[in-house]
Write a protein that binds this ligand. Structure first.
Ligand code: NAD
Length: 354
């Protein structure tokens, strides 16, 4: 048996994870994957019940699981809660507790949805890329100073640092991801200015020989940001550090047309976590209008990366693509001439197409 811990969280979290679990159950019937599920609390819901956003029992269950499917946390209800107990702390706690060192964000623009993109259809049709972002190092985790007086002026600083093992670990994952795809890797840095980027580039270059079957190139981050807007089709896999990855992955996400469609994986040494890129959308919670596809596609990633069930993962992705090609939409991606469905109903259409 393979144990999946499901953490619905808050807001639309329950609706979208329910949909994804239904899809997993249907695909399990077809591919005999032997999946079992255990639901745990995190976020505001957990705070209300246990006084903390990430109960120890939830983290322990995640550590023992084969994979974690996460909905979203947060909401205005908990705006007044002190910083240490805010729902979003659960995400940081899971990252740290599970050692989630890499974030994978695929962006695939389906033919049926090219008109939803803010970019011209001819630029985005066929875009199929993955951003691999280092998640536990770099400037977000370096030393910082909130305020000091130097030469008579107040200043603040944040320290960027990367070690060779940190860069090697993320680079290997990116090369391996490229191998499973079209065999092209772009490493993004700012080596013309930053020492950490020069170490990054040297380290990536050193590993090149081990992955001779993958075509590697380097881009400066400013150029990469432009290239994502003018020619996103050139990319297969992009690997970069925490800060650049944070920004580039959000830029790339909007190319797809709706955050409701976008999945992600956070890879750990043992257990990995899969979640849509959006938040808990309290404005539409409980209305049966949330798009479950980001979570359903995250479940497909779970099958691919944690359970190595590539055919089952592809079956889910194909069913989502067929549902969209057949003209079914949730409200966030609805356009004239298509059929608008609720969360439960569109999940049903996806299952029918598995
Ligand atoms: P959000 O992503 O929740 O929502 C932004 C907008 O997108 C809203 O209009 C929402 O209705 C819409 N939207 C989001 N997901 C959708 C879906 N699946 N289908 C259709 N429409 C969708 O971002 P926000 O409003 O800035 O944040 C709301 C809460 O979520 C905050 O408490 C925030 O801290 C939290 N948050 C959590 C996560 C996470 O759990 N990983 C990530 C981001 C934000």
């Amino acid at each position: 048996m393979k144990k999946i811990v499901v953490i619905p969280g808050d807001g639309i979290g329950r609706e979208i994870t329910d949909g994804a679990v239904e899809v997993l159950k249907a695909v399990d019937k077809k591919f005999s994957l032997g999946l079992e599920y255990e639901t745990h609390d995190a976020g505001g819901t957990a705070y209300d019940k246990y006084g903390e956003p990430l109960p120890a029992s939830t983290l322990e269950a995640c550590k023992k699981a084969d994979a974690v499917l996460f909905g979203a946390v947060g909401g205005t209800k908990w705006d007044g809660v002190d910083a240490a107990h805010r729902p979003e702390r659960a995400i940081l706690g899971l990252r740290k507790g599970l050692g989630l060192y890499a974030n994978l964000r695929p962006v695939k623009v389906l033919d049926a949805l090219t008109d939803n993109s803010p970019l011209k259809a001819e630029l985005v049709g066929g875009v199929d890329l993955v951003i691999v972002r280092e998640l536990v190092g770099g400037i977000y985790f370096g030393d910082r100073c909130e305020s000091e007086i130097k030469d008579g002026a107040e200043r603040a600083w944040d320290l960027e640092n990367y070690s060779v093992p940190e860069v090697e670990r993320i680079t290997r994952l990116a090369f391996e991801t490229a191998r499973l795809r079209r065999g092209k890797l772009t490493s993004v840095d700012k080596a013309n200015v930053l020492a950490t980027s020069r170490l990054w580039r040297r380290t990536v270059e050193r590993l090149r020989a081990e992955y001779a079957d993958v075509a590697l190139n380097h881009l400066y981050v400013d150029n990469c940001a432009m290239q994502l807007a003018v020619n996103p089709k050139q990319f297969d896999v992009i690997v970069t550090g925490n800060l650049f990855g944070d920004i580039l992955s959000d830029e790339a996400a909007v190319i797809g047309g709706s955050i409701g469609l976008m999945p992600s994986a956070s890879i750990g040494e043992q257990t990995s976590l899969y979640e849509p890129i959006h938040g808990s959308a309290p404005d539409i919670a409980g209305l049966n209008v949330a798009n479950p596809m980001g979570t359903i596609l995250s479940a497909a990633m779970l099958l691919r990366y944690s359970l190595r069930a590539e055919s089952a993962a592809r079956a889910i992705e194909a069913a989502v693509e067929r549902t969209l090609a057949d003209g079914y939409r949730t409200a966030d991606i609805y356009s004239e001439g298509t059929v608008k469905l609720g969360t439960v109903e569109i999940t049903g259409k996806i299952i029918e197409r598995l």
